[in-house]
Each structure stands twice: as C-alpha cells, then as structure tokens.
Design a protein. Structure first.
Length: 339
C-alpha cells in the first residue's frame, strides 16, 4: 500500500514511518523538512521525502490536491488542527478513494463525568485546541458515515518519548520539577495532587495507526483512544519519579490559585489546562477492535524520556543515578511536547 504520512518527522512519525516500512508499505514522508526524525533508522533510506509548508499551501488551496497527486492508497494526517484544513484534504482525497487516518486528541472530551472515559461519552470540549479538534472529528466521521471516504480518528494522550520533555508531575513541561524530585528537594503540587494525566509512548501511537491501517473495514467511521493502560495522579506520579532515584518524595500541597503564583505564566497555564481536563481514558475499544496492546505504561514511557533528559543535562540529579534502569535511546535535538 502507498501511504503518505503528513508530519512524518515529528513525535509519532518518527516511530510510525519505520513501522510502515517494516510492514512492506511504500511510504511518502511529507514534512516541512526542518528537522530529522528523533530516532535514526535504516528504514528512512527506503522512504520518499517530500517537503511541504502545509499552512501556506492550505491558504493557497493547493495542499489537498498536492497530497492527492502523490497517488496515496492511504494518508496518515498527524498535523491537522482545524475543520477547514481537514475538509480541504477530504475534498481532494474522496475522489481517489484514499483511506484517511487522522490524529486527534483525548482533549476532544473536555471534562468527564465517568472514568475511564469511553469514546461514546458526551463531548464537552473547552479551549481552542480541544474545540477545534472535536469539530474536526465530528466532520470527518460524518463524512465517513455518509460514504464520502473511509476515515478513522485516533486520539492520543500526552505523547512521550526520548527527545522531548514529557508532561511532568506538576502538569507542565518545566524540567525543574524532575530535578527537584531527583535531588530530594521539596516540590509543591496544586490542590491535593489527585488530578490525573494520561501519557502514551509515541511508539504505541504509531502501533495504533498501523493496526487501523490494516483494518479499514473495522476502523473506518470510528474513533479510538490511544493511551497507556492507566492514567496516573500527579501525586502518585511524583512519588514514583522520586522512587526511581531511590528517594521518598518531599511533597507539599497548595490550592491552585495560590500555587500558580510561584510559577511562570506559561507553566501555570499549562498546569491549569492539564488538571482541568484530568483525563483518564478507556482503551477497551482499541484493544478489542484493533488489537491494540500498548507496550509501555505511563510511567515506563516517562522514565524512558526522563533517562534521555538526564543524559542531555536538562534534568539535574545532583550526581544521583536512577535506582533502576529504564530504556534509553539517544535521538536528536529536543523539542516541545504536545498533548
């Protein structure tokens, strides 16, 4: 199958493209061409590389036709953030019968009533990112149900992997949080530290895309959560990170309104967004319909990324080594994490 991957050198694409090559697919890697994948692999030598500025081409009305001109049997879209952009691609792909696999986000749900949240739970998105992604999902699945094209939406959690900063136990991306825990210093968490975050290793997201690609007759018209088996609380997450360095966490708790005053505006805003969502998602549907089996728990994925951060000097351990090993690889330059 000829597969075009949009955003091929990012967090997910780094793992997805080699998986697709190993499955025997003819892969076209579409990206802005500004960075290499986070991990090197011989598989990239077998990939057709195409440079594209999606924002500019969307504005010009040329992006969808350009993707269609690559003659894909399937398109994996990892870089779509608005219904308009998605509709433009659908319009171009529908006439050629290509299967579209779209990367969503667990934030389409907003706040939850019952947890773990299933895909059929009512949507209450908030914030521009979640609202835009929810509207995009609704549009794409409606198009699939009308028979306009085959389309599947996969919703990752907080994507983790070596090469970028993982969401930390304070609900933001400041590496100082990990340094404090590694050195046994006091860390203050918002409220009682019982809000949740739900990570997923980037390779497990890639696994889910490959599985959905192989089962369009099952997956088309469907949305699936793609996360680790279980979410973690901020408090439990902090305690486990400290234990990874052989220490007991020295934690203090403070109401969010006053807690936020001790952090930068950027860090406080990121924390509020994550604890306001407090996701805890079910993967039962993906397990039973696609055969999804995440290889990494939330903490295993984080420890792999944290090992890399320590190696790069972004997390200061005061000379203390982890109490047990986590898989560690050495990818390229760091980049900001995403939800």
């Amino acid at each position: 199958m000829r597969v075009v991957v949009i955003g091929a050198t990012g967090h997910i694409g780094t793992y997805l493209v080699p998986r697709l090559v190993q499955e025997g697919h003819d892969v076209v890697a579409l990206s802005r061409g500004e960075r290499a994948p986070y991990l090197s692999s011989p598989a990239w030598d077998q990939v057709e590389r195409v440079s594209s500025d999606r924002a500019a081409e969307d504005a010009a009305g040329t992006f969808g036709p350009r993707v269609a001109a690559l003659r894909p049997d399937a398109v994996v879209d990892l870089m779509c953030f608005s219904p308009g952009s998605a509709a433009h691609l659908v319009q171009a792909l529908a006439p050629i019968g290509a299967y579209l696999l779209h990367c969503g986000t667990i934030w389409v749900h907003g706040s939850a009533c019952e947890v773990p949240v299933r895909e059929d739970a009512p949507r209450h998105p908030f914030g521009d990112y979640g609202v835009q992604k929810a509207a995009t999902e609704e549009m794409l699945l409606a198009a699939a149900h009308r028979g306009d094209l085959r389309c599947t939406v996969l919703h990752p959690g907080h994507i983790v992997g070596p090469g970028w900063r993982p969401l930390n136990p304070a609900g933001n991306f400041n590496p100082e949080v990990f340094s404090r825990l590694a050195q046994g210093r006091e860390l203050t968490l918002p409220n009682f530290g019982l809000e949740t975050v739900h990570h997923v290793h980037a390779d497990d997201v890639a696994q889910a895309f490959v599985l959905a690609l192989a089962k369009p007759e099952v997956a088309s018209g469907q949305a699936y959560h793609v996360v680790s088996e279980r979410a973690v609380t901020l408090r439990g997450y902090a305690e486990r990170v400290a234990a990874w360095f052989g220490l007991a966490a020295d934690l203090r708790f403070e109401p969010f309104a006053s807690w936020a005053g001790g952090w930068s505006t950027e860090d406080a805003r990121a924390t509020w967004e994550h604890i306001a969502h407090s996701p805890s998602m079910s993967i039962s549907k993906a397990v039973h319909e696609l055969g999804y089996r995440p290889r990494a728990s939330s903490l295993e994925a984080v420890f792999e990324a944290l090992s890399w951060l320590v190696q790069q000097g972004e997390v200061s351990t005061g000379g203390r080594a982890p109490a047990w090993d986590a898989p560690a690889q050495a990818p390229g330059a760091p980049a900001g994490a995403q939800a």
